[in-house]
Ligand binder design. Structure first.
Ligand code: NDP
Length: 296
């Protein structure tokens, strides 16, 4: 087991570990165990969200670990129901109180709200204020396709540090990645090992069963998940795999001791099927996805 944690430098100089633990769909009563397992094998980055309902448990696990607060990079997200300037400032207060921290390392908007984009921009303006007040160390967005990113960039001052998007071998989002790169925005992969191709009904095929990935894994004595994570790391992306199982949490972090060849990276790039597993960003609105985020 390695404890080396390559860091990525965000566009404002803040450093973020390249691989973190995601906790979407991790029930609150399993979150403390999962985060503790991760921290014990060397993870120092946790990705949660106001909408996941487990920020309190993420904070509790970090406290129980005995690590200094500054040793763990905490990323969380503002839910669409809290968009708007004052609402988003209050969303920070709720998340910080649940996490029991003074400062959040990276706070991002969970989704664009295309039907009410002015509210999305106002929410981002609140993130800018939190950044200048030192309440957060970096700010960003998630699920911002080029059309939304371009529109946001035209209306705000601070270029997002991160755009967290669905990104796995079957959905590689080249256009969004290229736009991110052009603006110095780090692309962060959600569902980095294609979990959504397994847990979402109706997906055509599972990344874990892919013959190309399995052959590469076999050649390196690694698992399919490890190969997919290595593919992200070598291409300079952040990845936040989720698991509640300690053995998989450890497996997903054990990706820093092997190297994929250019041909192997290209072979994985070539698996893109262009099929999105998550919601179409254009379809997300307050009517179908809105729900209140509880007070702390
Ligand atoms: P992942 O690609 O991380 O896959 C997670 C799934 O794969 C789970 O079902 C997990 O099951 C299983 N799994 C984990 N490790 C292994 C392994 N080594 N071998 C086989 N199976 C494995 O997908 P997620 O969609 O969970 O995405 C990861 C994170 O990204 C989330 O937790 C969240 O932080 C973020 N995210 C953000 C979104 C956004 O809109 N911004 C949307 C979705 C996710 P088990 O737990 O049983 O091990």
């Amino acid at each position: 087991m390695t404890t080396a944690i390559p860091a990525l430098t965000l566009n404002n100089g803040v450093e973020m570990p390249a691989v973190g633990l995601g906790v979407f769909q991790t029930p609150p009563d399993e979150t403390i165990g999962a985060v503790e397992a991760a921290l014990s094998v060397g993870y120092r980055h946790i990705d949660t969200a106001a909408a996941y309902g487990n920020e309190r448990e993420v904070g509790e696990a970090i406290r129980r670990s005995g690590l200094d607060r500054s040793d763990v990079f905490i990323e969380t997200k503002v839910w669409i129901s809290d968009y708007g300037y004052d609402e988003t400032l209050h969303s920070f207060e709720k998340s910080a109180a649940k996490l029991d921290v003074e400062q959040i390392d990276l706070l991002i908007l969970h989704q664009p709200l295309p039907s009410e984009f002015a509210r999305t921009v106002a929410a981002y303006r609140a993130l800018e204020a939190l950044l200048s007040d030192g309440k957060v160390r970096a700010i960003g967005v998630s699920n911002f396709l080029p059309v939304y990113l371009e529109s946001l960039l035209a209306q705000v001052d601070v270029v997002p540090a991160v755009n967290q998007i669905e990104l796995h071998p079957y959905f590689t989002q080249v256009e969004t990645r290229e736009l991110d790169a052009r603006h110095g925005i780090l692309t962060q992969a959600w569902s980095p090992i294609g979990g959504i191709t397994s847990y979402r009904d109706g997906m055509p095929k599972r990344t874990f069963d892919d013959p190309t990935i399995l052959a590469i894994a076999d050649a390196h004595g690694k698992t399919a998940a490890q190969v997919m994570l290595r593919w992200h790391v070598q291409q300079g992306r952040s990845a936040i795999p989720k698991s509640v199982r300690p053995e998989r949490i450890a497996e997903n972090f054990d990706v820093f001791d092997f190297e994929l060849s250019d041909a192997e990276l290209a072979a994985i790039d070539g698996l893109d099927a262009g099929v999105r597993g998550g919601p179409e960003p254009a379809d997300v609105n307050l009517e179908n996805f809105g729900r209140p985020i509880p007070e702390a």
